[in-house]
Design a protein around this ligand. Structure first.
Ligand SMILES: *[C@@H]1O[C@H](CO)[C@@H](O)[C@H](O)[C@H]1NC(C)=O
Ligand SMILES: *[C@@H]1O[C@H](CO)[C@@H](O)[C@H](O)[C@H]1NC(C)=O
Length: 174
């Protein structure tokens, strides 16, 4: 299977064509989850429900915390790199050990050939695992009828303020 990173802005043809007319597309982009704002970076992850019980040794997170997100997606790891979309949805601290989330998000693309298309991800995000696999529930526009999965890796995390940059590789069968 050919492995080829297809940046969202590229006009290039779809990455790989498999048998039976199924095409596999690989997209890679970065997601900026800003819980704590700073100059030039507004909060894009906002806690809307607070879990009832503090977790031992963790001053920030609680089982039951719910964050709504509208995180920028960019082509590179720098927030100033080219914008390709937004990750809109929520994540819920869904484990008592507060290291596993339920992530439910629409990846709404705003650039290149996928401008106006979206992918819906829903799954378990064990945030301290090196690689997390989340199922693709479906897609719209250029991703209509898509199946597949996303691999999420933490590019950087500030444990003092929970701000994180994630790198996401999507593998979509169309
Ligand atoms: C994406 O599509 C919208 C709606 O058609 C358009 O207004 C916008 O300029 C497009 N963005 C880019 C980066 O092409
Ligand atoms: C991490 O967060 C703390 C608290 O908000 C902040 O003072 C520090 O500058 C951040 N570190 C980096 C590398 O952004």
């Amino acid at each position: 299977v050919m492995r080829h990173v297809q940046h969202l802005l590229a006009v290039a043809a779809i990455a790989a064509v498999a048998t039976h007319g199924v095409t596999t597309t690989h997209l890679q982009f970065y997601m900026h989850d800003t819980v704590t704002p700073s100059a030039g970076s507004p909060a894009t992850a906002v806690r809307v429900v607070r879990g009832p019980t503090p977790a031992p040794g963790d001053p920030i997170n609680r089982f039951g915390d719910l964050y709504v997100i509208d995180d920028p997606l960019t082509e590179g790891p720098d927030l100033a790199s080219r914008a390709v979309g937004r990750a809109q949805g929520f994540y819920l601290m869904a484990s008592r050990s507060i290291d596993q989330l339920l992530l439910s998000a629409n990846m709404a693309f705003t650039a290149g050939k996928y401008n106006g298309s979206s992918i819906t991800l829903l799954g378990r995000d064990a945030i301290f695992d090196e690689i997390r696999e989340l199922p693709v529930v479906g897609g719209t526009g250029g991703f209509h009828g898509a199946a597949g999965y996303g691999l999420i890796r933490t590019h950087s995390l500030n444990a003092s303020n929970n701000n994180a940059v994630l790198v996401i590789d999507m593998y979509l069968m169309l």
